[in-house]
Design a protein around this ligand. Structure first.
Ligand SMILES: Cc1cc2nc3c(=O)[nH]c(=O)nc-3n(C[C@H](O)[C@H](O)[C@H](O)COP(=O)(O)OP(=O)(O)OC[C@H]3O[C@@H](n4cnc5c(N)ncnc54)[C@H](O)[C@@H]3O)c2cc1C
Length: 308
């Protein structure tokens, strides 16, 4: 069987639990995977122990301080064994997957949602069609989250490989816009607002609902483009983030194909829109035909009493 390598997903300088899902996906493609953890401090790789990997390698390098496709791909390529490489499917991880594939002259399959033997299925044309490709050797595969079960067990020791001296360039500082809110790419529940919210100030109503049910707040591109106060990091869709939560509540969002491309695989979709003919209702499990001004206070009060 082919060897497999999982590149650990990281969040706030810690191994993200979704790495265990990548391990399950990799195990379907070949041998129990080696987990490679890009890090500046080898202790971070301890977070990959018990996630089902046969071995855990702490790839220690100053290059991993901040993301830079060229530096990260070079540092990982120097450490990761040969085999099928599995990454997450966040924008950063897909970028890295493509870079790694180019460095190793491998094909890349992005956004895998199903694996059956050597057949890998992924959506294309903004989710309007699914394609299944058969792989015949080593490839790089990015895998969407919330699809494969989390693996457990595996390696109980980390080997450290330090490549700090080998990197020509690295990004020294990354200045993120301050936000304490949960990222949509991380969330199990998302409340998203569109242009129908009327003003960025009205997103406070979405934030209040989100706080009640532990959700992240997302937005359509129209909202992000229209209002400077709504950052691009909140955008869901073809040119924003692809999300796969258990519950997606779309408020004042029409349901354009480019928005659906980023959220249509959510397990349950609830739409609030004053226009009964809005396309979003064709994809919603539950639809509320009302203005958000009418619907949100009722929903908020009901959910607050249920959560109390
Ligand atoms: C190449 C390309 C890429 C794109 N990528 C993305 C993307 O990544 N993500 C994305 O979202 N879009 C994307 N778009 C834009 C997309 O085509 C739509 O323009 C956009 O999604 C519309 O956003 P919206 O639904 O918020 O706004 P609108 O289409 O203006 O819809 C607003 C909705 O709010 C409803 N409404 C109004 N007032 C109220 C109220 N008081 N209460 C309840 N409902 C109300 C209206 O009935 C309407 O349905 C892309 C477009 C292109 C061409």
């Amino acid at each position: 069987m082919t060897d497999t390598i999982v590149i650990a997903e990281l969040h706030n300088n810690a191994v993200h639990p979704s790495t265990a899902e990548l391990v399950s996906a990799a195990a379907q493609l070949g041998n129990a995977p080696t987990i490679v953890v890009p890090c500046t401090d080898a202790a971070v790789a301890d977070g990959a122990l018990g996630l089902g990997g046969a071995a855990v390698i702490a790839a220690k390098s100053d290059a991993f301080q901040n993301y830079d496709a060229a530096g990260w791909a070079a540092a990982i390529d120097a450490v990761a064994p040969q085999g099928i490489i599995v990454t997450g499917a966040s924008p950063q991880s897909k970028d890295l997957a493509a870079r790694l594939a180019a460095r190793r002259s491998l094909s890349v399959v992005q956004d895998a949602v199903a694996i059956d033997g050597t057949n890998i299925t992924s959506p294309l044309y903004s989710g309007k069609a699914m394609q299944t490709v058969a792989i015949g050797g080593n490839v790089v595969v990015s895998v969407r989250s919330n699809i494969f079960p989390a693996a457990s067990g595996g390696a109980d020791a980390v080997s450290v490989v330090d490549t700090s001296g080998d990197i020509a360039t690295s990004v020294q500082e990354f200045m993120a816009r301050a936000s304490e809110r949960l990222d949509v790419a991380e969330a199990n529940i998302i409340v998203s607002g569109g242009r129908g919210m009327g003003s960025p100030d009205n997103f406070t109503h979405l934030e209040a609902l989100a706080d009640t049910i532990g959700a992240a707040v997302g937005a359509s591109r129209a909202a992000v483009d229209t209002w400077e106060a709504i950052p691009h990091s909140m955008q869901v869709g073809q040119t924003g983030k692809t999300v796969n939560p258990n519950l997606y509540i779309a408020v004042g969002i029409s349901g354009a194909i480019q928005h659906l491309a980023g959220m249509r695989s959510s397990k349950y979709i609830v739409a609030i829109n004053k226009d009964a003919d809005a396309p979003i209702f064709q994809h919603a499990d539950y639809g509320i035909v009302a203005t958000w001004e009418e619907a949100l206070p009722v929903l908020q009060a009901k959910l607050a009493s249920m959560m109390a």
